[in-house]
Structure formats: C-alpha cells, structure tokens
Design a protein around this ligand. Structure first.
Ligand code: ZN
Length: 149
C-alpha cells in the first residue's frame, strides 16, 4: 500500500509540473489606450500558445478597439504602419504577411477574444514585440513578447 501511495504521489508531482508550464497567457486592454502589462512571457518548450485578450473598458471597437499582434521587434513598426492602412474588418493588419506571427481580432469594451499560436514560429532568445494595431495605438500599446529564458 505504501508503494502504491508513493507512485500516486509521484504521478501527481509529474502532472503538476506539466500544469506549471506557461503556455496560456492573458492580457487586458483598457479605454485609456493601454495594456495591463509591458511583458508577456511564455515557456520556450510550448507546442501551442493560447493568448487571450480581454478589453476591460466600455468603448466600442470602432472608437477604442484593441487587438494583440506579435512580430519580431525589427518588423513591428513597419507592420503597424501597414496595418494602419487596413480596415477594422482586417483587424488592421496587412493580409497574408509573413511578418505577422500572431494576431487576434479587434474587440471593444467588455469583449474577450483568444487565439492559438503555433509556438514553433518563435525562437527562444529572439526579440519579439506585441502591440495593438488599431490606428494610433501601436506607439504606446506595446511590450515585449518573451519566449523562454
Ligand atoms: Zn488599441
């Protein structure tokens, strides 16, 4: 009985170690044109990243819409500018652009959206930026997207 209890205990430790892996991340955005964090961190060995965006404000998407776009930091300004020429229906991101590693749709106050991201797109240690591509937001609504480390 003691051996059996020990085995169950070991299995519980193993499964909690799996649960502790950070592959599910959440970000909040506000009516004050801000995210609640300047940094999103995920583990380097995730297969899939689940990114959730919650808009905790009240303004509609047409006035204070937010999304999360992830690119390499070197690409972020160019992608943001190209996105500014697109429409709300396009989530203000250029279509079929390989520089866009992840994007959620644009949401308004009280809404939540999420996206599953293939983690193999990211390399540990590479410099990535997340930002909101709604016109005029990207220069202040941004932060580091950190994989591993
Ligand atoms: Zn925004």
């Amino acid at each position: 009985m003691l051996a059996k209890g020990l085995l169950v205990g070991m299995m519980m430790v193993a499964s909690s170690a799996v649960m502790a892996k950070t592959c599910d991340v959440k970000v909040e955005a506000t009516d004050a044109m801000s995210f609640n964090t300047k940094e999103i961190k995920v583990d380097g060995d995730c297969k899939e990243i689940n990114l959730e965006l919650k808009h905790v404000g009240k303004l509609p998407a047409s006035a204070m819409g937010h999304n999360v776009v992830i690119t390499k930091t070197a690409d972020y300004k160019d992608v943001a500018k190209a996105g500014g020429k697109m429409t709300l229906a396009d989530s203000y991101v250029p279509k079929d652009d390989a520089r866009v590693l992840a994007v959620t749709k644009i949401i308004g106050g009280g809404e939540t959206t999420s996206v599953k991201i293939d983690a193999s797109k990211f390399k540990a240690g590479e410099d990535y930026t997340f930002f909101c591509s709604f016109p005029g937001h990207w220069s202040v609504m941004k932060g580091k997207f950190i994989v591993g480390g």
